[in-house]
Every structure is written in structure tokens, then in C-alpha cells.
Ligand binder design. Sequence first.
Ligand code: TRP
Ligand code: SF4
Length: 413
Amino acid sequence: MLQAGVILINRTGQPERVVSGMRPTGRLHLGHYHGVLKNWIELQYEYDCFFFVADWHALTTHYEDDLSIIGESTWEMVIDWLAAGVEPGRATLFIQSRVPEHAELHVLLSMITPLSWLERVPSFKDQQEKLKERDLATHGFLGYPVLQSADILIYKAKRVPVGDDQVPHVELTREVARRFNYLFGRDPGYVQKAEEAIKKLGKKGAKRYREMQSAYLERGDQEALEKARALLEENQNIAIMEKERLFGYLEGGGRIILEEPEAILTHASKLPGLDGEKMSKSYDNIIALRDEPERVAQGLRVMPTDPARKRRHDPGDPEKCPVWALHKVYSTDETKQWVQEGCRSADIGCVDCKQPLIEAILAEQKLIQERAAPYAEDPTLVRNIIADGCERAREIAGETLDEVRRSMGLEYY
Ligand code: TRP
Ligand code: SF4
């Protein structure tokens, strides 16, 4: 558990940013809640978080479908975020297509991204295999990790919470950022400017910087690199531009215009669905975040259990039972012990076993429903939250884009 309420600050004095996007899949389920959403909710206390609906990403694979669903799914999904506890006062919530800056950065990054990097991204082939019925031999689909890079880099995000399938995309983002900085972070006179900035570190500071820089560049001394970074971080006398230049120069590269982000791995929730298989919309076995209580209770009552317990007096093994997987998430230690003993000795029946679970899930959902109610009743509330979020996102995205244009020499109008 992360410590709540302390916002982390980066080396230029800004709060560190987190960016993550979710495709508009409509109503979310308990698997999303215990996987992605709880993670987002924790992060919003530590970081300046940007969470967005990745509606353009949905088009990369679903462009042939009825697209009117995207809008509907978007609003339902945002209500679910809010109902789960994402707070618009802490996190910036927006819709990708309403921040067109992402598209401009995508175009610019696409110019410098080698085709071979994209062909190597595992999801490119995997998804084509998996979604055979769709034609994914499109420019948009191939370039989708570049769009994702733009989504992340435009906010200079430090961290990106994603599932393991998305980690290669964050890796690609790092490579694209590095390439961009290499190509465009070396403005004319770059070495000279860096040398001048070094002098501003003071006599002793400059000497230490140079020593540690050569220790790193000549011998790969990682510790020296860390020490030099700390030296720069502490320094109060030089401007942010110069600091960035010196961070880049330290590693032999140019000025760092785009920050390399790191993935935070969100462990996929292993929550089983109502048929005992992994909970997933495509298996039609989900418990939606805002489901009807009666449907949830009934679904759990008929959920399969350890097949060894054909009759009430047959002992069972919780490890072979999907209901136990839910107990692990929802029940107290005491209840869990009662399940373990009662199941193995056949002291309790499956109906008894499910009862505390049904109660725990319904209690959790009651809170979620209560939080969702005002938003579900008055759609303008959600529209306003998103409008505010888009505005803030555009402001920051615009700043990065200005820097990007400037460093590429695109300011001749
Ligand atoms: N590609 C992600 C997915 O399909 C969604 C996404 C788009 C994303 N842009 C992002 C996630 C930026 C993290 C950061 O799930
Ligand atoms: Fe599963 Fe509980 Fe039945 Fe055991 S008693 S088989 S854990 S539902």
C-alpha cells in the first residue's frame, strides 16, 4: 500500500505525473475494479494523474463496428471510474479525441519511428492472429504504439500503470523518447551551451560534475551517474532548461525534451467470473461494477464449485473451487478459515459457504452504487468533469507540443 496524501515532486519541481488510458469498453466489472481501478485510486494520492478514455485506440481494432457504441461506452465507463473512487479533484479525467495535441505529437513521432520497431511489438502479430475476423493490416493499427507513446510523452509522465500486455508499448515509448532527444535535443552550439551551464555549478560543482560524467561515460560507473544527478537536483542556481541540458549531457545525449517513462505493472486480477472461468466480457460471466443486486446474488448462488462436492456430505477442496478465489479477495481471515475447515470436513455446504461472500460483494457494490447515483441521474455532472479535464490536459499537452515544435525547428509561421 502506498502512503496516502504525499504528492511526489520531480527534478524540475513539478509533481510527478502518471498517465494511463483505458479503451471505452462500456460498463466495467469487478475484475477491472480489483485490477486496474484500485491501482489508479492509490496512485491519485501520490501523483498528478491523467486518466483518459482511449477512444482513438478503440478505432484501431474496431473501425468496422457500429461506432455509436463508443460514445455510450465512454460515459458509462467514466461513471464507473468515479463510482469506484477516482476523484476528479485529484486526477485529471479526459477523452483522448478531445485533446487533439495527441494526434499532432503522434504525427511528429511517426516520422522518426523506424518501421522495424513497430513490426517487432508483440501485440502487432498477436492481435492479428487473435482477431482473425478483422482486417488489422492498417496503418493505424501498426502505428498504434506510436499513438500510445504520444499519449504518454505529451504529459512527460514518469509512470504508466498498465497490464503486462502493454509493457512492450511503454518500452517502445522509451525508445521513441530517446531517439527524439537524440535527434532534436542537440540544438546548434549544444556542447558549448552545456559547457557554459557546467560553469554555473561553481568551481567545486563543475569539477565534480566533470569527474562523474567521465566516470560514467568512460567506465559506465552507474553510481557516479546517480551522484551527478543528485548534484544537479540539489542545485538552485541554474534554470530548468540548463538543468535538462546537463542531465542529458551527463549521459552523452542531448537535452531531455521528452522524458522516458516507466511502466508500473498492474497485476491482472485473477477474479473468476460466474461460470468459474476468468472474469471477462467475452465469456459473458461478469459481475458488473453496478449490477443489479438480485442478479449478482442469483449468479453467485448457481456459480460452480469444487466438482468433488456432488452431494452435501462430500468433502471438498477450496483450491479447486472458484468460489474460494472470491473469498480470498472479499473475506476476513476468520471467514476464510471457516471456509477451509468447513469445506474439507463437509461441515458446511456450498450454499452456506457462498452466503458471506454474497453479502460482502453486495455491500461493496452498495457503496459503488451510491457514489454513482448522482452521476447516473445527472449526465451534465460527468460532462462537466470531462470538460474540465480536457481543458487541463490540453494546457499541459500544448506546453509540451510547443517545446517539441521549437526543438524540431517548426516555428516558422
Ligand atoms: N493501449 C492501451 C490498452 O489497449 C490503452 C492506452 C492507450 C494506454 N494509451 C495509453 C495505456 C497510454 C497507458 C498509457 O489497454
Ligand atoms: Fe467451494 Fe465453498 Fe463449496 Fe468448498 S464449500 S466447494 S469452497 S463453495
